[in-house]
Design a protein around this ligand. Structure first.
Ligand SMILES: Nc1ncnc2c1ncn2[C@@H]1O[C@H](COP(=O)(O)OP(=O)(O)OP(=O)(O)O)[C@@H](O)[C@H]1O
Ligand SMILES: [Mg+2]
Length: 322
Protein backbone atom coordinates (compact mmCIF):
# COMPACT_ATOMS: atom_id res chain seq x y z
CA UNK A 1 0.00 0.00 0.00
CA UNK A 2 2.74 2.44 0.97
CA UNK A 3 4.61 1.49 -2.17
CA UNK A 4 1.78 2.46 -4.46
CA UNK A 5 1.23 5.69 -2.49
CA UNK A 6 4.78 6.76 -2.96
CA UNK A 7 4.94 5.72 -6.57
CA UNK A 8 1.82 7.74 -7.25
CA UNK A 9 3.52 10.75 -5.71
CA UNK A 10 7.09 10.37 -6.88
CA UNK A 11 6.58 9.00 -10.35
CA UNK A 12 4.53 11.97 -11.45
CA UNK A 13 7.58 13.87 -12.69
CA UNK A 14 8.96 11.57 -15.31
CA UNK A 15 6.38 8.83 -15.33
CA UNK A 16 8.83 6.04 -14.61
CA UNK A 17 9.20 3.97 -11.49
CA UNK A 18 12.71 3.27 -10.31
CA UNK A 19 12.77 -0.01 -8.45
CA UNK A 20 16.52 -0.47 -8.62
CA UNK A 21 18.33 -0.46 -5.32
CA UNK A 22 21.75 0.99 -4.66
CA UNK A 23 24.35 -0.22 -2.27
CA UNK A 24 23.03 1.27 0.95
CA UNK A 25 26.42 1.44 2.57
CA UNK A 26 27.87 3.21 -0.44
CA UNK A 27 28.14 6.80 0.74
CA UNK A 28 29.00 5.87 4.31
CA UNK A 29 31.72 3.41 3.44
CA UNK A 30 33.34 5.53 0.76
CA UNK A 31 35.71 7.09 3.27
CA UNK A 32 35.55 4.38 5.88
CA UNK A 33 34.19 6.83 8.45
CA UNK A 34 31.71 9.63 8.53
CA UNK A 35 33.21 13.00 9.43
CA UNK A 36 33.56 13.27 13.18
CA UNK A 37 33.98 9.55 13.78
CA UNK A 38 37.59 9.28 12.64
CA UNK A 39 38.90 8.77 16.15
CA UNK A 40 36.65 5.73 16.64
CA UNK A 41 39.59 3.42 17.21
CA UNK A 42 40.74 5.14 20.38
CA UNK A 43 37.49 4.85 22.35
CA UNK A 44 35.80 2.12 24.34
CA UNK A 45 33.22 -0.15 22.71
CA UNK A 46 29.82 1.52 22.71
CA UNK A 47 26.31 0.06 22.58
CA UNK A 48 26.46 -0.32 18.81
CA UNK A 49 29.43 -2.67 19.18
CA UNK A 50 31.85 -0.15 17.70
CA UNK A 51 34.48 1.89 19.51
CA UNK A 52 32.77 4.98 20.84
CA UNK A 53 34.33 8.27 19.74
CA UNK A 54 34.15 11.32 21.95
CA UNK A 55 31.94 14.02 20.55
CA UNK A 56 33.26 17.40 21.61
CA UNK A 57 31.19 20.18 23.09
CA UNK A 58 30.22 22.23 20.04
CA UNK A 59 31.71 25.69 19.76
CA UNK A 60 29.21 28.54 20.08
CA UNK A 61 28.04 29.95 16.77
CA UNK A 62 29.12 33.49 15.97
CA UNK A 63 26.19 33.98 13.60
CA UNK A 64 23.03 32.09 12.74
CA UNK A 65 21.58 30.45 9.64
CA UNK A 66 21.03 29.33 7.02
CA UNK A 67 19.35 26.32 8.54
CA UNK A 68 20.02 22.72 7.69
CA UNK A 69 16.67 20.95 7.39
CA UNK A 70 16.34 17.41 8.72
CA UNK A 71 13.27 15.18 8.34
CA UNK A 72 12.60 12.65 11.09
CA UNK A 73 11.22 9.81 9.09
CA UNK A 74 10.01 6.23 9.46
CA UNK A 75 6.63 5.05 8.19
CA UNK A 76 6.48 2.63 11.10
CA UNK A 77 4.50 4.11 14.00
CA UNK A 78 5.74 4.61 17.54
CA UNK A 79 9.48 4.36 16.87
CA UNK A 80 10.46 7.64 18.55
CA UNK A 81 10.19 10.22 15.74
CA UNK A 82 8.35 12.80 17.82
CA UNK A 83 10.37 12.11 20.98
CA UNK A 84 13.59 12.52 18.98
CA UNK A 85 12.41 15.70 17.27
CA UNK A 86 11.54 17.33 20.59
CA UNK A 87 14.59 16.20 22.54
CA UNK A 88 17.23 16.50 19.84
CA UNK A 89 15.79 19.94 19.09
CA UNK A 90 15.95 20.93 22.77
CA UNK A 91 19.51 19.62 23.09
CA UNK A 92 20.65 21.56 20.00
CA UNK A 93 18.94 24.65 21.42
CA UNK A 94 20.87 24.18 24.70
CA UNK A 95 24.05 24.31 22.64
CA UNK A 96 22.99 27.73 21.40
CA UNK A 97 21.61 26.59 18.06
CA UNK A 98 18.45 28.31 16.86
CA UNK A 99 16.04 25.47 16.24
CA UNK A 100 12.69 25.36 14.48
CA UNK A 101 10.56 22.23 14.86
CA UNK A 102 7.85 21.51 12.31
CA UNK A 103 4.94 19.37 13.44
CA UNK A 104 4.02 17.51 10.27
CA UNK A 105 1.70 14.94 11.77
CA UNK A 106 -2.06 15.61 12.08
CA UNK A 107 -1.95 13.92 15.50
CA UNK A 108 -0.15 17.04 16.73
CA UNK A 109 1.89 15.08 19.29
CA UNK A 110 4.92 17.32 18.83
CA UNK A 111 2.90 20.47 19.48
CA UNK A 112 1.12 18.99 22.50
CA UNK A 113 4.41 17.57 23.80
CA UNK A 114 5.75 21.13 23.92
CA UNK A 115 2.71 22.54 25.69
CA UNK A 116 1.01 24.12 22.68
CA UNK A 117 -2.79 23.70 22.65
CA UNK A 118 -2.72 22.88 18.94
CA UNK A 119 -6.41 21.89 18.70
CA UNK A 120 -7.40 25.44 19.71
CA UNK A 121 -5.28 27.18 17.08
CA UNK A 122 -6.86 28.83 14.04
CA UNK A 123 -3.70 28.85 11.96
CA UNK A 124 -1.26 25.95 11.83
CA UNK A 125 1.02 24.39 9.26
CA UNK A 126 -2.14 23.28 7.46
CA UNK A 127 -3.05 26.88 6.58
CA UNK A 128 0.50 27.59 5.42
CA UNK A 129 0.30 24.63 3.05
CA UNK A 130 -3.15 25.12 1.64
CA UNK A 131 -3.86 28.87 1.69
CA UNK A 132 -1.99 31.80 0.19
CA UNK A 133 -1.27 34.99 2.09
CA UNK A 134 -0.08 33.64 5.45
CA UNK A 135 3.22 34.73 6.92
CA UNK A 136 5.04 31.72 8.34
CA UNK A 137 6.29 33.96 11.17
CA UNK A 138 2.70 34.44 12.37
CA UNK A 139 2.34 30.68 12.76
CA UNK A 140 5.67 30.00 14.50
CA UNK A 141 5.28 29.70 18.27
CA UNK A 142 7.94 30.06 20.92
CA UNK A 143 8.33 27.24 23.43
CA UNK A 144 9.42 27.43 27.07
CA UNK A 145 12.90 26.42 25.91
CA UNK A 146 15.12 29.29 24.72
CA UNK A 147 16.09 29.04 21.03
CA UNK A 148 13.38 26.41 20.38
CA UNK A 149 10.41 27.41 18.21
CA UNK A 150 7.70 25.31 16.61
CA UNK A 151 5.28 25.39 13.70
CA UNK A 152 2.32 23.54 15.19
CA UNK A 153 -0.12 21.12 13.58
CA UNK A 154 -3.48 19.72 14.51
CA UNK A 155 -6.05 17.40 12.97
CA UNK A 156 -6.73 19.93 10.17
CA UNK A 157 -3.53 18.69 8.55
CA UNK A 158 -5.18 15.35 7.80
CA UNK A 159 -7.12 17.06 4.99
CA UNK A 160 -4.01 18.53 3.38
CA UNK A 161 -2.84 15.36 1.70
CA UNK A 162 -6.01 15.14 -0.39
CA UNK A 163 -6.23 18.88 -1.00
CA UNK A 164 -2.67 19.19 -2.27
CA UNK A 165 -2.86 16.37 -4.80
CA UNK A 166 -4.05 18.72 -7.55
CA UNK A 167 -1.54 21.49 -6.82
CA UNK A 168 1.30 22.42 -9.14
CA UNK A 169 4.65 21.30 -7.66
CA UNK A 170 2.74 19.62 -4.88
CA UNK A 171 5.88 17.98 -3.49
CA UNK A 172 7.59 21.35 -2.96
CA UNK A 173 4.99 23.19 -0.93
CA UNK A 174 6.62 22.75 2.50
CA UNK A 175 10.00 23.80 1.09
CA UNK A 176 8.35 27.00 -0.18
CA UNK A 177 6.63 27.60 3.19
CA UNK A 178 9.91 27.30 5.13
CA UNK A 179 12.12 29.28 2.75
CA UNK A 180 11.46 32.77 4.23
CA UNK A 181 12.73 31.78 7.70
CA UNK A 182 15.64 29.47 6.89
CA UNK A 183 18.16 32.27 7.43
CA UNK A 184 16.87 32.81 10.97
CA UNK A 185 17.56 29.27 12.21
CA UNK A 186 20.50 26.88 12.35
CA UNK A 187 18.47 23.67 12.28
CA UNK A 188 14.92 22.81 11.22
CA UNK A 189 13.62 19.41 12.33
CA UNK A 190 10.46 18.05 10.68
CA UNK A 191 8.46 15.48 12.62
CA UNK A 192 6.87 13.27 9.94
CA UNK A 193 3.75 11.19 10.36
CA UNK A 194 4.02 7.40 10.11
CA UNK A 195 3.33 7.20 6.38
CA UNK A 196 5.12 7.67 3.08
CA UNK A 197 2.37 9.77 1.54
CA UNK A 198 2.50 13.28 0.09
CA UNK A 199 3.18 15.05 3.40
CA UNK A 200 6.27 12.93 4.02
CA UNK A 201 7.37 13.43 0.42
CA UNK A 202 7.06 17.19 1.05
CA UNK A 203 9.22 16.86 4.17
CA UNK A 204 11.89 14.88 2.29
CA UNK A 205 11.82 17.39 -0.56
CA UNK A 206 12.31 20.30 1.86
CA UNK A 207 15.13 18.51 3.72
CA UNK A 208 18.89 18.36 3.41
CA UNK A 209 19.04 15.25 5.55
CA UNK A 210 16.88 12.47 6.91
CA UNK A 211 17.25 10.89 10.32
CA UNK A 212 15.64 7.47 10.72
CA UNK A 213 14.72 6.35 14.24
CA UNK A 214 14.48 2.56 14.58
CA UNK A 215 12.96 0.90 17.63
CA UNK A 216 15.12 -1.89 19.05
CA UNK A 217 12.62 -4.70 18.58
CA UNK A 218 12.34 -7.74 16.39
CA UNK A 219 10.64 -6.14 13.39
CA UNK A 220 12.72 -2.95 13.46
CA UNK A 221 14.05 -3.44 9.94
CA UNK A 222 10.71 -4.29 8.42
CA UNK A 223 9.77 -1.50 6.04
CA UNK A 224 13.22 0.12 6.11
CA UNK A 225 14.06 -1.12 2.60
CA UNK A 226 10.94 0.63 1.31
CA UNK A 227 11.89 3.79 3.19
CA UNK A 228 15.40 3.73 1.72
CA UNK A 229 13.93 3.16 -1.74
CA UNK A 230 11.62 6.13 -1.23
CA UNK A 231 14.52 8.34 -0.15
CA UNK A 232 16.45 7.28 -3.26
CA UNK A 233 13.52 8.16 -5.51
CA UNK A 234 13.23 11.58 -3.90
CA UNK A 235 16.98 12.06 -4.33
CA UNK A 236 16.78 11.09 -7.99
CA UNK A 237 13.74 13.09 -8.92
CA UNK A 238 12.99 15.90 -6.52
CA UNK A 239 15.83 16.70 -4.16
CA UNK A 240 19.35 15.65 -5.22
CA UNK A 241 20.96 17.13 -2.08
CA UNK A 242 19.05 14.79 0.28
CA UNK A 243 21.33 12.61 2.43
CA UNK A 244 20.68 9.99 5.07
CA UNK A 245 22.15 11.70 8.13
CA UNK A 246 21.89 8.63 10.26
CA UNK A 247 19.94 5.74 11.71
CA UNK A 248 19.12 6.12 15.40
CA UNK A 249 18.45 3.09 17.59
CA UNK A 250 15.73 3.96 20.10
CA UNK A 251 14.09 2.21 23.06
CA UNK A 252 17.29 0.26 23.65
CA UNK A 253 17.37 -2.02 26.70
CA UNK A 254 20.94 -2.87 27.66
CA UNK A 255 19.71 -5.73 29.91
CA UNK A 256 18.34 -7.73 26.99
CA UNK A 257 20.33 -9.69 24.49
CA UNK A 258 17.53 -8.95 22.07
CA UNK A 259 18.23 -5.19 21.97
CA UNK A 260 21.92 -5.89 21.37
CA UNK A 261 21.11 -8.30 18.54
CA UNK A 262 18.82 -5.80 16.85
CA UNK A 263 21.45 -3.04 17.06
CA UNK A 264 24.11 -5.44 15.75
CA UNK A 265 21.97 -6.33 12.73
CA UNK A 266 21.21 -2.65 12.05
CA UNK A 267 24.96 -1.88 12.17
CA UNK A 268 25.68 -4.86 9.93
CA UNK A 269 23.22 -3.48 7.40
CA UNK A 270 23.91 0.25 7.56
CA UNK A 271 27.48 0.42 8.87
CA UNK A 272 28.73 3.88 9.77
CA UNK A 273 25.39 5.42 9.01
CA UNK A 274 24.18 4.19 12.42
CA UNK A 275 24.65 6.79 15.14
CA UNK A 276 26.98 5.70 17.92
CA UNK A 277 24.47 7.26 20.28
CA UNK A 278 21.56 4.98 21.18
CA UNK A 279 18.49 6.03 23.13
CA UNK A 280 17.56 3.76 26.02
CA UNK A 281 14.03 2.80 26.90
CA UNK A 282 12.87 4.77 29.92
CA UNK A 283 9.52 5.89 31.22
CA UNK A 284 10.99 9.39 31.64
CA UNK A 285 10.23 10.07 27.96
CA UNK A 286 6.46 9.54 28.20
CA UNK A 287 6.58 11.29 31.59
CA UNK A 288 8.25 14.33 30.03
CA UNK A 289 5.70 14.34 27.17
CA UNK A 290 2.87 14.33 29.70
CA UNK A 291 4.52 17.29 31.42
CA UNK A 292 4.74 18.92 27.95
CA UNK A 293 8.50 19.41 28.21
CA UNK A 294 11.65 18.01 26.65
CA UNK A 295 13.49 15.59 28.93
CA UNK A 296 16.41 18.04 28.92
CA UNK A 297 14.38 20.43 31.10
CA UNK A 298 12.00 17.93 32.75
CA UNK A 299 14.86 15.92 34.25
CA UNK A 300 18.01 17.59 33.06
CA UNK A 301 20.45 15.14 34.69
CA UNK A 302 18.64 11.96 33.58
CA UNK A 303 20.63 9.70 31.27
CA UNK A 304 17.92 10.10 28.60
CA UNK A 305 18.65 13.84 28.55
CA UNK A 306 22.36 13.03 28.33
CA UNK A 307 21.73 10.69 25.40
CA UNK A 308 19.97 13.36 23.37
CA UNK A 309 22.73 15.86 24.20
CA UNK A 310 25.24 13.31 22.94
CA UNK A 311 23.14 12.80 19.80
CA UNK A 312 23.19 16.57 19.23
CA UNK A 313 26.99 16.60 19.59
CA UNK A 314 27.34 13.57 17.31
CA UNK A 315 25.12 15.16 14.67
CA UNK A 316 27.18 18.35 14.77
CA UNK A 317 30.45 16.38 14.67
CA UNK A 318 29.22 14.48 11.59
CA UNK A 319 28.31 17.71 9.84
CA UNK A 320 24.55 17.08 10.12
CA UNK A 321 24.08 20.41 11.85
CA UNK A 322 26.08 23.61 12.25
N1 LIG B 1 13.33 5.87 24.51
C1 LIG B 1 12.06 5.69 24.89
N2 LIG B 1 11.77 4.96 25.99
C2 LIG B 1 10.49 4.78 26.39
N3 LIG B 1 9.43 5.28 25.75
C3 LIG B 1 9.66 6.01 24.65
C4 LIG B 1 10.97 6.26 24.16
N4 LIG B 1 10.88 7.02 23.04
C5 LIG B 1 9.56 7.22 22.84
N5 LIG B 1 8.82 6.64 23.81
C6 LIG B 1 7.37 6.60 23.94
O1 LIG B 1 6.87 5.75 22.93
C7 LIG B 1 5.72 6.30 22.33
C8 LIG B 1 5.98 6.53 20.85
O2 LIG B 1 7.04 7.48 20.72
P1 LIG B 1 6.93 8.66 19.66
O3 LIG B 1 5.59 9.31 19.77
O4 LIG B 1 8.11 9.51 19.83
O5 LIG B 1 7.03 7.81 18.32
P2 LIG B 1 6.62 8.26 16.85
O6 LIG B 1 7.50 7.51 15.93
O7 LIG B 1 6.60 9.73 16.75
O8 LIG B 1 5.14 7.70 16.76
P3 LIG B 1 4.07 8.00 15.57
O9 LIG B 1 4.54 7.18 14.42
O10 LIG B 1 2.78 7.55 16.13
O11 LIG B 1 4.13 9.47 15.29
C9 LIG B 1 5.42 7.57 23.10
O12 LIG B 1 4.50 7.26 24.11
C10 LIG B 1 6.76 7.95 23.69
O13 LIG B 1 6.63 8.68 24.90
MG1 LIG C 1 5.08 11.01 16.10
Amino acid sequence: MYSSDIDAVVTSRDGSVDTGTRDQGDTASRNGHLPGTEDAAVGTVGPTGRPLPTFPEPAPLASHGPARVIAMCNQKGGVGKTTTTINLGAALAEYGRRVLLVDFDPQGALSVGLGIPAHELDVTVYNLLTERGHDVRDVIQKTKVANLDVIPANIDLSAAEVQLVGEVAREQILARVLRPVLDEYDVVLIDCQPSLGLLTVNALTAAHGVLIPLECEFFAMRGVALLVETIEKITDRLNPRLEVDGILATMYDSRTLHSKEVVASVVEHFGERVFHTVISRTVKFPDASLAAEPITTYDSTHKGAGAYRQLARELIARGGAA
